[in-house]
Design a protein around this ligand. Structure first.
Ligand code: GRF
Length: 205
């Protein structure tokens, strides 16, 4: 029997793209079961786009500023992503909240990785907020995106210790190492084994 075609991933980025790189590296192994078919961004000139281009993965940029309204941007982003017929869309450091067009099209298969243990510390300063609060354990959460800010059903979480001498930078980096491993593991599990979501509980067969 021939192996099934790999699942099609579209990855959305806004920055350095180290999570994207981890997915690109993992998908080099056919046994992983997924391949990155496109990388989208909300801005030009970021390392994440260079990482995709370096391995010949198509890229596209939809900047909010390029559209008259946020709704137009949401519709354009949705159309661009749809062109690549994704099985799963991964927000990997994508710093934009998608809108109703995107969620209507892909709300059942759009995941995000966040660098805090949700529901604590949502938003764009997870490690900074965790450190300021004085928590002793921090981490990362992988979840299905819904219409809220970092509120969707949780797929997986990973914890790391907070050290007494941590700075925002050292804690962020410790979280990112664990976060990348979690992302690679769970994207693979989702595409290979499928999932269900019921009453916020993400389960696999
Ligand atoms: C990740 O830690 C993610 O949780 C946060 O931004 C970071 C993205 O890093 N929202 P990178 O661009 O994948 O290196």
């Amino acid at each position: 029997m021939t192996d099934p075609a790999p699942a099609r991933l579209v990855v959305l980025v806004s920055g350095s793209g180290s999570n994207l790189q981890a997915l690109l590296d993992a998908s080099a192994d056919p046994a992983y079961g997924a391949q990155v078919v496109a990388v989208g961004a909300d801005r030009d000139g970021i390392a994440g786009l260079d990482r995709a281009a370096a391995v010949g993965v198509p890229t596209f940029v939809d900047s909010v500023k390029a559209y008259e309204t946020r709704d137009d941007w949401d519709a354009a982003l949705t159309a661009h992503v749809a062109e690549f017929k994704p099985d799963l869309i991964v927000s990997a450091g994508f710093l934009k909240l998608v809108g109703p067009h995107f969620l209507a099209a892909f709300g059942d298969r759009y995941i995000n990785t966040h660098n805090a243990l949700l529901p604590s510390f949502p938003g764009i300063h997870g490690p900074r907020d965790a450190l300021a609060y004085g928590v002793k354990i921090a981490g990362a959460t992988l979840f299905f995106v819904d219409a809220g800010v970092d509120t969707g059903p949780i797929i997986a979480q990973v914890a790391v210790p907070v050290h007494g001498d941590d700075t925002e930078e050292t804690l962020t980096e410790r979280i990112k190492v664990a976060e990348r491993a979690q992302l690679v593991e769970w994207v693979g599990r989702l595409v290979r084994d499928g999932w269900t979501i019921e009453n916020r509980k993400v389960r696999q067969p």
